[in-house]
Ligand binder design. Structure first.
Ligand SMILES: [Fe+2]
Ligand SMILES: [Fe+2]
Length: 642
């Protein structure tokens, strides 16, 4: 078969497989009958394993063919594969494939100096890299910025770009660069608006005005950028993190004022103008704290509610954006202005809890990355208003549950296994826990049993918190992971610790989150720089590491990429690794205790089914009926009672 036919056939087959996977996942959210649902889940696991094998073959086949020089026909086939298939039905899991296709295509069209196509390709690369990788590794932001700058560099050939879509993409790339990349990376927070200025200079240039002065798509893009800048200025002025020089502050105030003058009459209608107007009132002390917060609450309530049945995804996205901006403003008001501690907590809870009601209704499979980002930020915002580690754990798990039900089930089961193993240790070998924290004798361990078990259970529940900010695809895979993806996974312990580092309530859990993938002897596993053998929490790390391994056993319902192993098989592996990978005393203890082994096995078999049923029943209720998620965080109860 000629290469161009190969490319077409690959795209068709691969995309079909991805669609099948999406259908299989979507089905899960539509079934209410429990038996039917469990059957569907098992069927999904089997079908996904087949898809996985098929995709493996397809991808390695394509890889081997794309290494040589492309014919013109093959270049065309590649371009249309990217833009007729992947671009229109963009799926985050396709990104590594898209990047492979785009890079090959870029090389081909560079040689041909086909600027129209090069703009489209580099703009798409910018977008994909931003959506997929930038959330994980800071270095990837540099790559995204590089792609964005490459896209924008084609403005030198603006007059030669006869594809209007290519011209629009240059402006949209400026927006990407500002909105998602620069803002976090550098620049905007420091009052450096050079990207914005550069875009405005391009927009007002003679060539662009002549060709596109009346192009409504590009005009909208420019307006969006202006709005976005006003918002950034307002946020910088209120943000406690940014300490700007007087000069920058003044230029930000001037920028806002100019915009407000343009919109003099419809400040009430335009949320960003309303926020900007309120910001000026706050920094000029023209409004009292209570007045400000009441106005913000009223304004937030006046925003329409998202409706996932009647409105389009874009309309819902806009509503969520507005609500999110208002929540950011509320939190800034609470931080910046004078409130009593009681007022601050009460208003903070009221506002952030209300926002959560909106996000928990978002169907799990909708704009995954966007919502994942919001959830991640949301937790940081709500955290200061929560009471103690118990409530924080609850919120964190609600987020897990909403976005990554399979990770949530894993954590519930690890928590449950750890609780059971912990109580066996206290009963049979309490000396293992002496020296942990403030426990200085066996008597002490026994008298503090409840506190210890609570700690162990929670350690199991939150050990994988780093996965909350991983692209969801890593948990929903129907192809093997790329080297990049594998290296992301190795980062989840560090990402988890980084995420919770500002919160002293989570401090005691730090070593478990960081060390649960290290071997018992500290010689292998990751992260390499962390010495688990020197940790005062070493024994807890060892418990979680064994439970993490045991949780993989008997998983016939959610693992999509490989056949599950039996409990006995996994336990045999643990015994073989005793002393090197796993704590030998704990391994021995399980080996010599038939009743304990039976209970642990029960947790990963019947317990898994119960936990899974409960989690999905919750999702179906949440998404279909808009109810609040109901949580039984004590997985031990969830697993043991009917
Ligand atoms: Fe992990
Ligand atoms: Fe885990």
């Amino acid at each position: 078969m000629a290469l161009h036919d190969d490319i077409r056939s690959f795209t068709k087959k691969y995309k079909k497989n991805i669609e099948t996977r999406t259908e299989l996942n979507d089905k899960l959210f539509k079934i209410c009958d429990q038996d039917k649902w469990l059957k569907t889940l098992k069927n999904r696991a089997v079908r996904c394993q087949k898809l996985y094998k098929d995709n493996e073959k397809l991808i390695s086949g394509l890889n081997s063919k794309l290494c040589g020089e492309l014919s013109d026909k093959a270049g065309e086939a590649l371009f249309s594969s990217i833009f007729d298939v992947f671009f229109d039905r963009f799926e985050i899991s396709d990104v590594p494939i898209i990047i492979l296709l785009c890079r090959t295509a870029a090389e081909h069209f560079e040689k041909k100096k086909d600027y129209n196509r090069l703009v489209r390709i580099y703009a798409f690369l910018t977008y994909c890299n931003m959506e997929y990788y930038s959330r994980i590794r800071v270095e990837e932001r540099d790559k995204t910025i590089e792609y964005a700058k490459k896209t924008i560099s084609f403005k030198e050939h603006y007059a030669e770009l006869d594809d209007p879509e290519a011209r629009l993409r240059i402006f949209r790339t400026y927006a990407n660069l500002m909105g998602n990349v620069l803002e976090e990376h550098t620049g905007l927070r420091d009052g450096d608006f050079s990207v914005y200025d550069e875009m405005m200079a391009l927009w007002s240039s003679e060539t662009v005005q002549k060709m596109d002065g009346n192009n409504s798509d590009i005009r909208n893009e420019v307006e969006w950028m202006k709005d976005n800048m006003v918002y950034v200025c307002a946020r910088n002025l209120l943000d406690y993190r940014t300490v700007h020089s007087e000069e920058i502050r003044n230029s930000e105030i001037a920028f806002i004022k100019e915009k407000l003058e343009e919109h003099d009459k419809d400040i009430e209608k335009n949320t960003i103008c309303w926020i900007a107007d309120m910001t000026l009132k706050i920094i000029n002390s023209e409004i009292t704290p209570l007045d400000a917060i009441h106005k913000v609450i009223m304004k937030t309530d006046a925003i329409a509610k998202p409706d996932f049945e009647k409105l389009t995804p874009e309309e819902n996205c806009d509503i969520l954006d507005e609500k999110y901006m208002m929540m950011e403003l509320s939190v800034a008001v609470l931080r910046k202005m004078d409130f009593t501690e009681k007022e601050r907590t009460e208003y903070g809870r009221q506002i952030t809890f209300r926002f959560f009601k909106d996000i928990h209704k978002i169907p799990n499979n909708l704009f995954t990355n966007y919502v994942d980002d919001i959830c991640k930020e949301y937790f940081s915002m709500v955290r200061p208003f929560l009471n103690g580690v118990g409530e924080k754990e609850q919120k964190l798990m609600q987020i897990f549950f909403l976005r990554q039900p399979l990770t949530y089930i894993h954590c519930l089961l690890v928590g449950s296994l750890a609780y059971r193993l912990g109580s066996a240790i206290i009963e049979k070998n309490p000396e293992m826990l002496v020296g942990l924290g403030e426990l200085d004798s066996i008597k002490d361990v026994i008298s503090k049993e409840n506190g210890i078990l609570d700690f162990v259970r929670r350690a199991g529940l939150i050990h994988d918190v780093g996965e909350i900010i991983m692209p969801t695809i890593i948990n929903m895979q129907t192809r093997s992971l790329t080297e990049d993806e594998k290296s992301f996974i190795l980062k989840h312990p560090e990402i988890g610790v980084e995420y919770l580092k500002e919160d002293t309530d989570f401090e005691p859990y730090r070593d478990v989150i960081l060390g649960h993938h290290k071997s018992y002897d500290g010689k292998s596993g990751y992260p390499a720089g962390f010495d688990n053998t020197a940790s005062p929490y070493r024994v807890i790390i060892d418990i979680i590491s064994i439970c993490d391994a045991l949780e993989n056993a008997e998983d016939y319902i959610s693992r999509a990429y490989k056949e599950p192993k039996s409990f006995d098989e996994i336990f045999r592996e643990i015994c073989e690794g005793a002393g090197t990978t796993y704590n030998p005393y704990i391994a021995d203890m399980i080996k010599n205790d038939d009743a304990l082994r039976k209970e642990l096995r029960f947790i990963v078999t019947e317990g898994r089914i119960k936990a899974t049923q409960e989690v999905y029943r919750n999702i179906v209720t949440c998404v279909q009926y808009g109810g609040s998620p109901y949580f039984r965080l004590n997985a031990v109860d969830m697993v043991n009672d009917g």
